[in-house]
Design a protein around this ligand. Structure first.
Ligand SMILES: [Zn+2]
Length: 263
């Protein structure tokens, strides 16, 4: 009788340990979230870190790194240098926009000429560029964000509060999207419409990186600056004007690092 009881206790302990293991593995599974910029481009990560938490340190480091450079003499408060990110939301700012081409997205009307010139040059270089996203209003961003949060909380894996936190890593919160400036565009090559890192036309982005500055554009979210900007979007270009664009692209910085100099 006594032996039976010991065996039974042992059996129960094994069962309990197995249960803990199963629960643990499921927790790990659900904490694997996808992070990315556009709707269908996701980079998998197991850790939910807040990129902006690293922002201050990166920003300080950048300031030291770029301290010896001679920065352009500009007024940082001018419209084309507006900086929007998780740290500096823009609330309901709405630029005066105009449609790009006959079927393109809306953008700040002050960048139409520069954007047309960039697109024409890309075509001349043999690419088939098209702009998938331009201006996005605060309300549009709000809707995108809410949709993502609802989608994440729907299967019951997350509470709505948790879902909102995770959604903020995938879709910019309203008031924090660079697209709300009207100065940002997502540019793709028509041949490679699928927003997937492995299927993207790297030649096209190499060309854009080498040539965007002469038309006043910068690569806004380079992969190696994700800890500073919070995003990795190779297709996202942003107008800042020719002088600053050439300075930023030549020195391999991001807009946050550039703007930090003028604080
Ligand atoms: Zn974008």
């Amino acid at each position: 009788m006594r032996i039976k009881k010991t065996v039974w206790t042992f059996f129960m302990l094994i069962m309990a340990a197995t249960l803990v293991l199963i629960i643990n593995s499921r927790v790990q599974l659900t904490s694997e979230v996808v992070v990315g910029g556009a709707d269908s481009v996701f980079v998998k990560t197991n850790t939910l870190t807040d990129p902006m938490a690293e922002y201050e340190n990166s920003s300080k480091a950048s300031l030291e790194k770029y301290a010896d450079l001679e920065f352009p003499a500009i007024t940082i408060t001018e419209w084309q240098y507006v900086l929007i990110n998780k740290d500096t939301p823009i609330k309901s700012y709405a630029p005066s926009v105009r449609q790009f081409g006959s079927d393109g997205p809306y953008v700040d009307k002050r960048i139409i000429d520069s954007l047309s010139a960039l697109i024409a040059a890309a075509k001349e270089a043999g690419f088939e560029p098209y702009i998938s996203v331009g201006y996005r209003s605060y309300a549009d961003q709000q809707q995108l964000f809410n949709e993502k949060a609802s989608e994440l909380s729907q299967n019951g894996a997350y509470t709505y509060e948790e879902a909102q936190q995770i959604a903020a890593e995938i879709v910019a919160k309203p008031g924090t999207s660079d697209h709300q400036t009207g100065l940002a565009v997502d540019i793709l090559d028509k041949e490679y419409e699928v927003l997937d890192y492995s299927k993207m036309d790297s030649k096209f982005f190499d060309w854009l990186d080498a040539n965007c500055a002469q038309f006043g554009f910068i690569k806004r979210y380079p992969s190696n600056k994700k800890s500073v900007t919070g995003w990795d979007e190779p297709w996202h270009y942003r107008y800042v004007g020719k002088e600053v664009a050439e300075f930023i692209m030549k020195n391999g910085m991001c807009l946050e690092e550039f703007a930090a100099h003028y604080k």
